[in-house]
Ligand binder design. Sequence first.
Ligand code: MN
Length: 169
Amino acid sequence: MSADKPQFLIQQHHASTAHYDFRLEVDGVLVSWAVPKGLSTDPREKRLAIRTDDHPLAYGTFEGVIPEGEYGAGAVLLWDRGSYENITETDGNAVGVREAMDAGHLVVRLSGKKLCGGYALQRLRKQNGHEEDWLIIKTKDDEADARRRPTSTQPESVVSGRTIDELED
Ligand code: MN
C-alpha cells in the first residue's frame, strides 16, 4: 500500500443478509456500498451496490464477529484491501472523488491482493437519505478476466487466512 494513495477494502459480512462491504477512503472516512454478490472481474457482470453510511477509518481493520443484538450482527472478514486511485474523467478532464460521487459516476483503479484494475460505479437513481442503488462494473483492461470467480475460489481473509465459516465457529 502506497503512503500517498487512499485505501480501499472489502469486508465479507454475514449479517441477516450476506453481502460484501466495498469501502473507499475519501477525506478521512470510508465511503461504503453493500454489494450482495461481491465484485466481479468480468466486465459483462453488473453488480448491484447499495450505498450505505460512511464508516470511520478505524472500522477498516475490523475482522471478527459482531454480537447478536448489535448493529450489523454477524461475522466480518477482511476479504481484500489495498490502495486505489480515482481515475474518473469527463471529456478528458480529471474529476474529483466527491464531484464524481455527486454526479453518480466514479471510476477507480484498485491495487488489492485479489482485485486489481478499473471499476466503474454508476448510480441508478438518486434517493433521499443515504441509501442509493448503484452498479459496480469491472472496466475492460488488462486485469479483466471473465473466467475468474474470486469470491468462490479465494474466500479466505487477507489478514488471517481464515474463511468466514471458520470465523463463525
Ligand atoms: Mn455490512
